[in-house]
Design a protein around this ligand. Structure first.
Ligand SMILES: Cc1ncc(COP(=O)(O)O)c(C=O)c1O
Length: 366
């Protein structure tokens, strides 16, 4: 039949660009049924949901025969009040990766360029190519930090969007206020700069700017935030951007209708109201981060200073072997073969296993 209707019999024609798009690789889950295993591969929050947040989610679940509030009204109101911004400046989506995709779709298509550091969040190349736009990857510096001068030099008249991931995933490094302002001064006003602050709540360095302060002064800056990390709602999929109009309005147009469930919306509102307790947990994770970082340095590793809920070990060719050693010891980490591993700060026991593994691995291989 395919021969007679003029097709080659190979099935529906898909866009050629899909062939070159890397598949998003989620962090591997911890093994079940085996020895104790800790998942340190996805930068999640190791704490279970707070009782109040759980109650809100369960109450919303009772009416999941209905569509959610498409405008995420209660959540948008709550966020607008918290940040002192107009509700029209807030756009929500299915996780901040969903909002990142909306941002690319709103700004860049075939022939356009999207600039970001590399290595950085692995969704950037995917969402850029899905949009038909071209990725311009600017290597991190030797210290694993964004090379903002090189990123500014990479701007052309085809550039439509620039991601600045602060802190950067997977290195945990940051750009500070003065260098970011200097960079932004070089970006043309018709190019959108997205400050991806998925790990904002883990930052303790006062020189690292709050993207919201920058957005207020600059109409071409949007800030991306998520409930997945510090707020512990990764499984519910809700993130948001704060941006001036018309960017925020464009995000509402490129959103998947009803993409944020009512369970997610109500849990996010409850999380904001339980912020003191949640941020207390973040404080504990930051203490653990210091302990893990110091432990690694003491063992002799060179580790970039991390401002997020993970550490980055540049292991090069030893990356895959090290990840296997971790798994054998009972922790799952995130390897980037040939480059390094990203290890989330998790439960104390998991962090301890990781530190014991690094110690043994170092003695055996260095
Ligand atoms: C830098 C960065 N941005 C965005 C995201 C997306 O998170 P979510 O879609 O869960 O909000 C992640 C997740 O790992 C990330 O590391």
């Amino acid at each position: 039949m395919s021969e007679t209707n003029g097709t080659s019999g190979t099935g529906p024609r898909l866009r050629a660009v899909l062939e070159s798009i890397p598949t998003y690789r989620p962090g591997r889950p911890a093994a079940t049924g085996g020895p104790v295993a800790y998942k340190l591969s996805s930068n999640e929050n190791p704490y279970p949901p707070l009782p109040g947040v759980m109650e809100s989610a369960l109450a919303a679940a009772a009416s999941f025969n209905r569509y959610p509030d498409m405008a995420c009204g209660a959540l948008v109101e709550e966020l607008a009040e918290r940040f002192g911004v107009p509700t029209a400046h807030i756009a929500t989506g299915t996780g901040s990766v969903g909002v990142a995709q909306q941002l690319v779709q709103a700004t860049a298509g075939p022939g356009d360029e999207v600039i970001y550091a590399w290595r950085s969040f692995e969704a950037y190349p995917i969402i850029t190519q899905v949009s038909g736009a071209t990725s311009v990857q600017v290597p991190l510096t030797d210290g694993d930090v964004h090379d903002l001068d090189a990123m500014a030099d990479a701007i052309t008249d085809r550039t439509r969007l620039i991601f600045v991931c602060n802190p950067n995933n997977p290195t945990g490094t940051v750009v500070r206020r003065a260098e970011l302002e200097r960079f932004l001064d070089r970006v043309p006003s018709d190019v959108l700069v997205v400050l991806d602050e998925a790990y904002k709540e883990f930052i303790r360095d006062p020189e690292v700017p709050d993207g919201l302060a920058i957005y207020r002064e600059r109409p071409n800056v949007a800030v991306l935030r998520t409930f997945s990390k510090a707020y512990g709602l990764a499984g519910l999929r809700v993130g948001f951007a704060v941006a001036h109009e018309p960017v925020a309005a464009a995000l509402r147009k490129t959103a998947v209708p009803f993409g944020v469930s009512q369970v997610a919306q109500d849990a996010a509102v409850a999380s904001l109201r339980a912020e003191d307790e949640l941020l207390g947990r973040v404080g504990s994770l930051v203490c653990e981060r210091t302990r893990v970082y110091d432990g690694l340095v003491e063992q002799g590793w060179t580790v970039p200073e991390t401002h997020a809920n993970f550490v980055w070990l540049r292991l090069g060719e030893r990356t895959v072997d090290f990840a296997a050693a971790c798994e054998q010891a009972g922790v799952v980490v995130r390897p980037f073969p040939g480059e390094g591993v990203r290890v989330t700060i998790g439960e104390t026991e998991g962090n301890d296993i990781f530190l014991r593994t690094t110690e043994t691995f170092r003695k055996e291989h260095y």
